[in-house]
Every structure is written in C-alpha cells, then in structure tokens.
Design a protein around this ligand. Structure first.
Ligand SMILES: [Zn+2]
Length: 120
C-alpha cells in the first residue's frame, strides 16, 4: 500500500464481485509515518481495466464500513477463526448510547467481533 511511503497492508480482504468488477480487494493498514488508517480498493474489471483508490483517515473508516458487507474472506489471516473471541487487526469504533444517557464504546472488526472499551 502507499500513503506517505510504501508499507505493508495489515489485512487484505477479498470482496464480492459486482457487475463491473470480477476481482476486488480491499487492503487496510496504518501509515507508519503519519499513523493514519489507510484503505486501498483494488478492482479488476472484466475487460482488464484496473481501478485503484486510496483513502486515508476518516475516509478510510467510511470506506471500510461501506464495504464491510461485501467482504468474503481475509487473505492475510487464513486461520482467523482463532481470533473470534477478540477484535483483530483493523478495528473501527462503535458508540452505543444507553437509556440512562451513558455511552458505551466498542471496538469492532469486520468478522463481527466486538469488545467493550469503556463506558462513559
Ligand atoms: Zn501517511
């Protein structure tokens, strides 16, 4: 992946194909220089065209959430079942407001794992 400079993706996900693109991948990681989350979409069209898009910071988070349902599997963690008990790899935050006005903050990953971080 590339942001401030080249770095290795933490995770590479295979995404479901759509009408235009037969092979789609989503790479995620943190830029080692500026520490921003970075998401890279790589799509191969049926006619050989390649579409590559890079998002960082809050946009990377948004892109991940947009594509979460299209993730088929992770190419980097073949045995990710082992990690089912805890959010693993790239996580995003979920805030849940309780009836008493308190907010529960969770870290969640794209395998559906959730971990309560704090209640405030
Ligand atoms: Zn950077």
């Amino acid at each position: 992946m590339y942001h401030c400079h080249k770095f290795k993706a933490d995770e590479i996900y295979r995404l479901a194909e759509n009408e235009l693109y037969t092979s789609r991948f989503l790479s995620i990681g943190f830029c080692p220089k500026c520490k921003k989350p970075v998401a890279e979409i790589l799509e191969f069209r049926f006619d050989g065209e390649v579409n590559k898009e890079i998002f960082s910071g809050i946009d990377a988070n948004t892109i991940m959430l947009c594509h979460a349902e299209e993730i088929l599997c992770s190419l980097t963690h073949q045995n990710y079942k082992k990690t089912k008990s805890k959010p693993y790899g790239w996580v995003y935050g979920i805030n849940k407001q309780l009836k008493n006005g308190k907010i529960k903050q969770y870290a969640a990953d794209f395998y559906g794992n959730k971990e309560l971080i704090k209640t405030c």
